[in-house]
Design a protein around this ligand. Structure first.
Ligand code: FAD
Ligand code: NAI
Length: 465
C-alpha cells in the first residue's frame, strides 16, 4: 500500500460505482470515487430511475383524478395541473437522494474526487490535474444516450430531446413523438400522455419492448393503444428537423417504402444507451472495448488487465441500476479477497408504466429454444384484489422446465408487477419448482396470489379460472 494513494479507486458514482465504493470501505479498504457530475448517484439518481419515477408517480395520480378512475370509486375531483410543482417535487427527490449518497460517502470515509478521470497507466488516473495511484481501479462509468443520425437532440430548446430533456419539458406538448418503443419511450411517453399529450411511438421492430416475453409484448401493445397511444411499429425515422416551435419528422416503413411526415411539438429520442468509455484513455491502461463498445470482464468482474475491474452499464448485460449495484458489491468483495457473485440468470426487469410490466429469467421463446417447457398463465381479472381495485388488466405467466418443473421465467403485467416480481426472483434464486410456489401460502387478498395461481396453472390446476 505504501506507494499507492488508495486500495480502491472507483471511476463513476452511479448505482454501480457508489455502492462498490461504500462496500469496499466497509471491508476496510482505503477507497476513493471519482465523479465528474456535480452530484453523486449517476444516471439513475440524477436523470434516470428516480426522476422518471417521480414524474410517473405524480402523473399517475393526475390521470386517476382526471381520467375517471377515482370517480369509479366515488371520489369526484376536477384536477388542475401545476407542472412547476410537479417538476419541483421531482427535483426535490433527486436532491434528497443524491445528497444522501454524499452523506454515506462521508459516513464510510469514501473520498469523493471531483472531476473527469482518464488513465495515465494501468494503476494511475489523472483527475483535475492530479495523478491518483491505486492498487485496484474499478471502472463504473455507466452509459449515455445513443444518438440517432439525422436527429439532433437539443435539450435546452426542448423540442427534440433525449430522456433528460423529456423529464424537464416546461409545458405539456400537444403532440409528442417518441422514437423507440423501449422502456424509456413507454415510461416517459406515459408521463406526458397522462398529462394531456397525444403520443405517437415510432418503433423500428414489429413489437414493443425487445427482449421481453412475446405474450407480454403483444399485451403491452394492446394496453398502450387502449390508453390512447398511437403505435407505429415496423417504422423508422430517417430525419427530424426543427421548424419554428415544431419538429417535422420523416418516417418510412422499416422494410423500405413510401415516406411520410409527422409534425410534433416535442420529439423524444429513446433508441437505447451506449457505454461511456470516451475520454477514459483506456489504451493507456492496456484495455480495449468489444464491438458494442463495452469493457469485457470475467465472472469476477476482472478486466483483461490485472488490478482493473469493471461493472454496470459499461460492461455487457442489461443496463439496469440493480444489476449495476449487485455487480458493485460483488466486485468490491472480490477485490477485498472475499467471494462476490452475481447470478446473471436472475435479474428482474420492470417497466414502470400503468399497469407495470415485469419479468425475470427466460422468455417462453428462449426457454423453448432450450427444451420442453410447461407454461401456466393466470389473468389479473381473476385475482380478487386486482379486480376489486379496478386493476384487472394483465396476467402472470410462469415458464417451467417440462421434466424438472424448475421455474425458468416469470412474467407479469399488473398494477404492482414490479413489487410482485421480487418473490419470483427469490424463488428462482433458490431453484424453486412451480410446485414450490403453488404450495407457498400467499396472503389474501393480494395481487401476489396471481403468482401462486399461475404456478398452479403450470399443472393445469388453478382455482379461480
Ligand atoms: P451510471 O449511473 O451511468 O453512472 C456512471 C457515472 O460515472 C456518471 O455519473 C458519470 O458522470 C460518471 N463518469 C463517467 N465517466 C467518468 C469519468 N471518466 N470520470 C468521472 N466520472 C465519470 N434502471 C433501473 O434499474 N430502473 C429504472 O427505473 C431505470 N430508469 C431509468 C430511466 C432513465 C430515463 C434512464 C436514462 C435510465 C434508467 N435506468 C433504470 C437505467 C439506470 O439508470 C442505469 O442502468 C444505471 O444508472 C447504471 O449504473 P452505472 O453505475 O453503471 O452507471
Ligand atoms: P431500449 O433498448 O429499451 O429501447 C430502444 C427501442 O428503440 C427498441 O425497441 C429499439 O428497437 C428501438 N429503436 C432502435 N433504433 C430505432 C430507430 N432508428 N427508430 C425507431 N426505433 C428504434 O432503450 P431505451 O428505452 O432508450 O432505454 C435505454 C436503457 O435504459 C435500457 O436498456 C433500459 O434497460 C434502461 N432503462 C431501464 C428502465 C427500467 O428499468 N424501468 C427505465 C428506463 C431505462
Amino acid at each position: 500500500m505504501a506507494d499507492y494513494d488508495f486500495d480502491v479507486l472507483v471511476i463513476g458514482a452511479g448505482p454501480g460505482g457508489y455502492v462498490a465504493a461504500i462496500r469496499a470501505a466497509q471491508l476496510g479498504l482505503k477507497t476513493a470515487c471519482v465523479e465528474s457530475r456535480e452530484t453523486l448517484g449517476g444516471t439513475c439518481l440524477n436523470v434516470g430511475c428516480i426522476p422518471s419515477k417521480a414524474m410517473l408517480h405524480a402523473s399517475e395520480y393526475f390521470e386517476a383524478a382526471a381520467g375517471g378512475a377515482m370517480a369509479k370509486m366515488g371520489i369526484k375531483v376536477k384536477p388542475e395541473l401545476d407542472l412547476d410543482t410537479m417538476h419541483g417535487q421531482r427535483r426535490d427527490a433527486v436532491k434528497g437522494l443524491t445528497g444522501g449518497i454524499e452523506f454515506l460517502f462521508k459516513k464510510n470515509k469514501v473520498e469523493w474526487i471531483k472531476g473527469h478521470a482518464a488513465f495515465v497507466s494501468a494503476d494511475t488516473v489523472s483527475v483535475a490535474g492530479r495523478n491518483v495511484r491505486a492498487k485496484n481501479i474499478l471502472i463504473a462509468t455507466g452509459s449515455s444516450v445513443t444518438p440517432l443520425p439525422g436527429v439532433d437532440v437539443d435539450n435546452a430548446k426542448g423540442i427534440i430531446v433525449d430522456s433528460t430533456g423529456a423529464l424537464e419539458l416546461a409545458k405539456v406538448p400537444e403532440h409528442l413523438v417518441v422514437i423507440g418503443g423501449g422502456v424509456i419511450g413507454l415510461e416517459l411517453g406515459s408521463v406526458w400522455r397522462r398529462l394531456g399529450a397525444q403520443v405517437t411511438v415510432v418503433e423500428y421492430l414489429d413489437a414493443l419492448l425487445p427482449g421481453m416475453d412475446g405474450d407480454v409484448r403483444k399485451e403491452a401493445a394492446r394496453i398502450f393503444k387502449k390508453q390512447g397511444m398511437t403505435l407505429k411499429l415496423s417504422t423508422k425515422v430517417t430525419a427530424a428537423k426543427v421548424k419554428g416551435k415544431k419538429a417535422v419528422l420523416t418516417v418510412e416503413p422499416a422494410a423500405g417504402g413510401a415516406a411520410e411526415t409527422l409534425e410534433a411539438d416535442a420529439v423524444l429520442v429513446a433508441i437505447g444507451r451506449r457505454p461511456n468509455t470516451e475520454g477514459l484513455a483506456l489504451d493507456k491502461a492496456g484495455l480495449s472495448v468489444n464491438a458494442r463498445g463495452q469493457i469485457e470482464t470475467d465472472h469476477d468482474f476482472r478486466t483483461s488487465v490485472s488490478g482493473i475491474w469493471a461493472i454496470g452499464d459499461v460492461v455487457p448485460g442489461p443496463m439496469l441500476a440493480h444489476k449495476a449495484e449487485d455487480e458493485g458489491i460483488a466486485a468490491a468483495e472480490n477485490i477485498a479477497g472475499h467471494t462476490g457473485i452475481v447470478n446473471h440468470d436472475v435479474i428482474p426487469s420492470v417497466v414502470y408504466t400503468s399497469p407495470e410490466i415485469a419479468g425475470v429469467g427466460l422468455t417462453e421463446e428462449a426457454a423453448k429454444a432450450r427444451g420442453a417447457v410447461k407454461v401456466g398463465k393466470f389473468p389479473m381479472m381473476a385475482n380478487s384484489r386486482a379486480k376489486t381495485n379496478h386493476e384487472g388488466e394483465g396476467f402472470v405467466k410462469i415458464i417451467a422446465d417440462a421434466a424438472s418443473d424448475k421455474v425458468l421465467g416469470v412474467w407479469c403485467i399488473a398494477s404492482v408487477a414490479g413489487t410482485m416480481i421480487a418473490q419470483a426472483a427469490q424463488a428462482m434464486e433458490f431453484g424453486a419448482t412451480s410446485e414450490d410456489i403453488a404450495y407457498t401460502c400467499h396472503a389474501h387478498p393480494t395481487h401476489s396470489e396471481a403468482i401462486k395461481e399461475a404456478a398452479m396453472a403450470v399443472t393445469g390446476k388453478p382455482i379461480h379460472i
